[in-house]
Design a protein around this ligand. Structure first.
Ligand SMILES: [Cu+2]
Length: 68
């Protein structure tokens, strides 16, 4: 497990937050996910690769980047 921090734009409500969390858990069912809707900051403790997560989230219509 390692910590992955992403900046996700396009989340506008709790439903979006739930969707993004689901996408991460689809990539890694063991992931622990914390999402701040206002800032778009997504923190995950996961064994999934960061770029696999950004791809999955982007494919769902959000814009995801690994936080610098
Ligand atoms: Cu929404």
């Amino acid at each position: 497990m390692s910590k992955v921090v992403l900046n996700v734009t396009g989340m506008t409500c709790q439903g979006c937050v739930n969707s993004v969390e689901r996408l991460i858990k689809r990539a890694d069912p063991q992931a622990q996910v914390a999402i701040d809707l206002k800032s778009g900051r997504v923190e995950a403790n996961t064994s999934a690769a960061a770029d696999a997560l950004t791809k999955a989230i982007s494919a769902a219509g959000y814009e995801a980047k690994v936080a610098a």
